[in-house]
Design a protein around this ligand. Structure first.
Ligand code: GLP
Length: 258
């Protein structure tokens, strides 16, 4: 797509890419420390792409001096993109648990400072609406991290999806349940059928977006994204072209498959 991405950071390996992005985010977090009170929440993602990133970030942030680290903890406020509906909060496959394991526990972030949709709610639509309202009253997202689904979804915005879609309850596509079956014993039917996700509307209102794409398994969908002529509901990530501050972080396997 013409003019997309607005910025490209490419590295030969996943390790080099993750290290560069972690360094960049560390810098953004330092800047946020000095502006405490006036910064918008972080927008966080889950998934395999984010695991090494959070590990690298934890290593970097844990090396901060105690005073800065205490300030970081005290001011932490993040909103995740999405959550499965129907898993207990403590289920290791829930995104709430994922965030505690990979970021919250190692950094000792205060309870309640990492927000996610309530995947345990009996009424998923009401839970989506209250999450949308909570994000709105927190001022919307500042820095948003995004992974790319193998069918072109961001968050759980499954195709077809337009830019006005807002935070809602969604039914997951067979492709997504297959993509995420690894944690569910390889069985796509065991993956929850529904989830709550921020919509493209909330994502596109973020100040800065980092789209992170690694590995050969994402090469096909990344190519489709880069070669799309214009944003299209069949490729939800393509609406990122309408945002002015998207940086694509990609390793060579994703960007230049052999
Ligand atoms: C998942 C999540 C997304 C994630 C994406 C990529 O289904 N809903 O938030 O960014 O798909 O996942 P992964 O990084 O595991 O490839």
């Amino acid at each position: 797509m013409q003019g997309f991405p607005h910025r490209l950071e490419q590295r030969p390996t996943q390790a080099a890419l993750i290290d560069a992005l972690a360094a960049h985010l560390e810098q953004q977090l330092r800047e946020r420390l000095s502006q405490a009170g006036s910064v918008k929440p972080l927008g966080l993602a889950t998934g395999r792409t984010m695991e090494p990133l959070y590990a690298a970030l934890v290593r970097r942030l844990s090396a901060w001096n105690p005073e800065d680290l205490a300030g970081l903890r005290a001011g932490w406020c993040s909103f995740n993109l999405d959550e499965y509906l129907g898993l207990p909060a403590a289920d290791p496959r829930s995104y709430r648990r994922f965030m505690r394991t990979h970021l919250g526990d190692p950094l000792q972030l205060p309870d309640g400072s990492m927000r996610l949709p309530d995947g345990t709610a009996a009424d998923g639509e009401a839970a989506a609406e209250s999450y949308r309202a909570a994000l709105q009253s927190a001022g919307g997202i500042g820095v948003q991290l995004l992974g790319l689904g193998s069918n072109g979804h961001v968050g759980f915005n499954e195709p077809p999806c337009g830019p006005q879609s807002s935070c809602r309850l969604v039914t997951l596509s067979p492709a997504t349940r297959q993509q995420n079956a690894g944690l569910f014993g390889g069985d796509p039917v065991a993956v929850p059928a529904q989830a709550i996700t921020l919509g493209l509307r909330e994502i596109l209102m973020a100040e800065d977006i980092h789209l992170v794409v690694t590995g050969a398994s994402k090469a096909g969908i990344l190519r489709a994204l880069l070669e799309a002529e214009k944003p299209d509901e069949r490729l939800p990530a393509s609406w990122l072209a309408n945002h002015r501050q998207v940086c694509l972080w990609a390793d060579a396997e994703a960007l230049h498959p052999s």
